[in-house]
Design a protein around this ligand. Structure first.
Ligand SMILES: Cc1cc2nc3c(=O)[nH]c(=O)nc-3n(C[C@H](O)[C@H](O)[C@H](O)COP(=O)(O)OP(=O)(O)OC[C@H]3O[C@@H](n4cnc5c(N)ncnc54)[C@H](O)[C@@H]3O)c2cc1C
Length: 385
């Protein structure tokens, strides 16, 4: 280190939820308790990886999708803190929110901001829990280095023709639409210049979706191949060439939600169920996890508060996502350290959830931006690189 004074800081102001939010929380809890009767512990452990269109439609009918969006798009014009409460209750309870999650979190806001005509056509269906989206950013050889993507859209009369391959596309098998990042001019050497986001109807001729089986045996993500897929001019989101600027602001939404630390809650509940109150080690270790949860929740809620005040939350969101993944990956480690010796039958909920969480957690520091990339963003934000 040189003697340079670093004056940047990450500041997350505390956020307090008002009575309106807490009343909504009670309503959501009541609804979920009823809806999730009969769900297995393993199904709950999968929370936002699990898609259930019927459940999404029920949430839509309650007004809990697109909650903050303007009424002209079918939204409920509620506050982002009310939305936060609904999200954390759904996730903590292990509700199957995967079908509509991406559309609610980022695709709807993207369309309303940069493509109002498309938004007027599609967003009301998102709000009803009928329209699902997937995100086509990553490609073979382009993940962290997203600017190197090679999928191209060539201009033709009345629209664009897309050729290329997207990789790790979560939910492409269920989604009606993809927001694809494509190159509309120049070459990979031009990096951030010449990239655009395009709305693709997943039923278009020329699209092949190939499932990829992950380590737990599920096929959440896919390879998506575009072979001469035609999209209309109006499907370019914003202006051609604005894709990079749009993607970076979209990633702040993608990284800031409570799903970045509430994926393994079911395992904490399972640990509490099998822990021995008289065992000091159980108390200390599980207590530490719960304390860390409390800190992360305050940070995540603080980020929600920043977003509600329209402040730039990109750096704080990167910090919460990174620290959320650290905690989530520690939870199965603690479960093994404390309870590995105890006899838990293979079909016990503790064993099933623990096995699932152990394997699934590996991906938590990859999806939505890897640990190293997030820490690079944080270091840059703090003026350290
Ligand atoms: C469960 C899951 C769901 C996903 N869903 C989607 C989706 O829906 N849509 C989508 O577009 N993508 C999705 N992804 C892809 C995800 O965004 C990428 O996996 C991620 O961005 C990393 O890219 P990569 O896999 O190509 O790894 P690489 O970028 O090749 O990284 C490999 C390793 O090198 C490190 N590394 C790379 N560059 C640097 C650097 N400059 N400095 C330091 N270290 C570096 C990384 O941190 C990582 O540890 C998903 C991934 C997972 C695991």
């Amino acid at each position: 280190m040189t003697g340079t004074v670093v004056n940047q800081a990450i500041s997350i102001a505390p956020c307090v939820l008002d009575e309106r939010c807490e009343a909504l929380r009670r309503e959501v809890r009541e609804f979920i308790a009823d809806e999730l009767k009969g769900y297995s512990a393993l199904a709950k452990a999968k929370n936002w990886s699990e898609s259930d269109p019927d459940f999404s439609r029920k949430l839509g009918a309650k007004g809990w999708i697109g909650m903050t969006w303007p009424r002209e798009y079918g939204g409920a014009a509620r506050s982002s803190l009310e939305r936060y409460v609904v999200m954390e209750e759904l996730l903590a309870a292990g509700a199957p929110v995967g079908a509509h999650w991406t559309a609610d979190r980022q695709s709807g806001p993207l369309l309303m901001r940069y493509a109002p005509a498309l938004a007027r056509r599609i967003v009301p269906s998102i709000v009803k829990g009928d329209a699902y989206f997937c995100i086509g950013m990553s490609e073979p050889d382009s993940g962290s280095d997203l600017a190197s993507i090679r999928t191209r859209a060539e201009k033709v009369d009345g629209g664009w023709v897309i050729n290329g391959t997207k990789l790790w596309t979560t939910g492409a098998q269920h989604a009606g639409y993809m927001i694809a990042l494509v190159r509309t001019s120049g070459t990979s050497a031009d990096r951030h210049t010449g990239l655009s986001q395009v709305l693709v109807d997943m039923k278009s001729p020329g699209i092949t979706v190939q499932p990829i089986r992950n380590v737990v045996g599920d096929a959440d993500f896919n390879t998506v191949i575009f072979d001469g897929v035609k999209v209309a001019d109006e499907c370019v989101i914003g202006q051609p060439g604005d894709g990079w600027m749009q993607v970076t602001s979209e990633l702040a939404f993608e990284r800031s939600g409570p799903e970045r630390y509430l994926s393994n809650t079911q395992l904490v509940l399972e640990m509490l169920a099998v822990a021995d109150e008289g065992d000091a080690r159980h108390k200390v270790e599980v207590g530490r996890l719960v304390a860390d949860y409390a800190v992360l929740r305050q940070m995540s809620l603080g980020v929600a508060g920043m977003l509600s005040r329209k402040e730039d939350a990109g750096l704080a969101a990167a910090l919460v996502k990174d620290q959320g993944a650290v905690l989530e990956q520690r939870i199965p480690e603690v479960a093994h350290a404390l309870f590995a010796d105890a006899a838990h039958a293979a079909d016990s909920s503790f064993r099933q959830v623990c096995d699932y969480a152990t394997q699934a957690s590996v991906s938590y520091s990859l999806r939505g931006g890897t640990r190293e990339i997030l820490r690079g963003i944080i270091a840059r934000g703090l003026g350290m690189r």
